[in-house]
Write a protein that binds this ligand. Structure first.
Ligand SMILES: [Cu+2]
Length: 136
């Protein structure tokens, strides 16, 4: 077999391996909500060519505050939609818009721009097992 054919095949294999890794195996940006003093799960999301993080892990036990900060003027990301909750918000450039949600049932909830080009997901885990009583 000619050497150049071998190199072409290796290149193709490497490309396939990269695609498999990138789309199925690599860790996507993900954030676990921090519990604020308010008792809300607080998450800060940067909006710039997408949502960062675009996968937000929440617990079902507490209300949620999502703070969206849009750092661009591209019209694509101007509207933010939560179809599951009938929520839509306009995100003015360089302002923070907070979306408050009641505690959510375990499951997955999408959010997106108006045309569905930018996408993100809320992932609500199952309830934590009750903590052991501490006598207080
Ligand atoms: Cu869009």
């Amino acid at each position: 077999m000619a050497t150049d054919v071998i190199f072409v095949n290796l290149g193709a294999l490497a490309a396939i391996a990269w695609i498999v890794w990138y789309f199925w195996l690599s860790e996507k940006p993900q954030a676990v909500a921090a519990l604020g003093e308010s008792g809300f799960q607080e998450v800060y999301v940067r909006v710039r060519g997408g949502y960062d993080p675009d996968r937000i892990v929440l617990s079902p036990d507490r209300p949620v505050r999502l703070h969206f900060n849009r750092q661009e003027t591209a019209s694509c990301s101007e509207m933010l939609l939560f179809p599951d909750f009938d929520i839509s918000r306009r995100l003015p450039t360089d302002e923070t818009v907070t979306v408050e949600l009641d505690p959510l049932a375990p499951g997955e909830y999408d959010f997106a721009c108006q045309m569905g080009m930018l996408k993100g997901k809320l992932v609500v885990s199952e309830s934590e097992p009750a903590a052991a009583p501490d006598g207080s």
